[in-house]
Design a protein. Structure first.
Lengths: 121, 137
């Protein structure tokens, strides 16, 4: 699925990265805990979060996450977006909650990381 | 080649600076992206630990054609029970660290998982020394 399709599914607004919307997304991760994101994300993934500080962008940089969706209509500060722009990360915002955002993407075939499942068994 | 990065205690604003520099440097050197991601995650976790838990320290990157070494040394306060600290979910992080999205007790286990070799030495009242080795293919 491309980021463009995700924008349609989530009725999302692009905050930065307008020129990179045809990139593919294979998996998703929904969390406000960057510690968990660092522990579980292994492949190119879209990150859904309600946390809007700069550490979300830095965590994404370490993991090669190329798309972040801020849920519940949240919009991070300009300094956060500026860092995302510099790193070439696409940032979206959607009015849906984290739960609904994850559900909508799951319904359309985007799955989580298998390792998450293994770790909770 | 050896690079040393100073990491200050409680300097949350700088969190990730050293790891981002390390990641960019290794990318330029042509390190495979999968290995690079493992190094970056482990580096970021250990850098965060220095900021959140230590009184300050250094992160040292040693590069050779066959392996990457990441070594963290701090000046204290040390870990009283290393076995406990290595358990997923065990955390002594401050409210401030948690508010930023960290301190879930995943740091040390995550470093161990990502590195090909991981060792930690620490004692209460002394510094903590962490060594991580990554094999380059």
């Amino acid at each position: 699925m491309t980021i463009s399709e995700i924008i349609k599914i989530l009725d999302a607004r692009v905050l930065c990265g307008e020129n990179d919307l045809e990139q593919e997304v294979y998996t998703a991760c929904g969390s406000d805990l960057m510690s968990d994101v660092l522990a579980f994300v292994k492949d190119k993934t879209v990150l859904i979060t309600g946390l809007t500080n700069v550490h979300v962008i830095r965590t994404a940089e370490m993991l090669d996450i190329h798309c972040i969706v801020f849920a519940r209509g949240k919009v991070p500060g300009e300094e956060v977006l500026e860092e995302a722009r510099e790193l070439g990360i696409v940032v979206l915002t959607t009015r849906h909650t984290t739960y609904t955002t994850c559900g909508l993407l799951y319904q359309m075939g985007i799955r989580g990381n298998n390792e998450c499942v293994a770790k909770t068994e | 080649m050896v690079d040393v990065y100073n990491v200050k205690a409680l300097d949350y604003g700088s969190a990730g600076d050293a790891s981002a520099t390390i990641k960019r440097k290794l990318k330029q050197l042509g390190v495979d992206s999968t290995i690079l991601r493992r190094i970056a995650v482990a580096s970021y976790e250990v850098e965060l630990n220095l900021i959140i838990h230590s009184l300050g320290g250094t992160l040292t990157l040693k590069m050779s054609p066959t392996e990457i070494l990441l070594v963290s040394d701090d000046i204290g306060p040390g870990i009283p029970d290393i076995e406990k600290a290595l358990q997923e979910g065990f955390s002594t992080a401050s409210e401030e660290a948690r508010n930023l999205g960290f301190g879930a007790g995943m740091g040390l286990p995550n470093m161990k998982r990502n590195a090909d070799e991981f060792s930690i030495e620490s004692a209460s009242g002394a510094g903590t020394h962490i060594r991580m080795r990554f094999q380059l293919q």
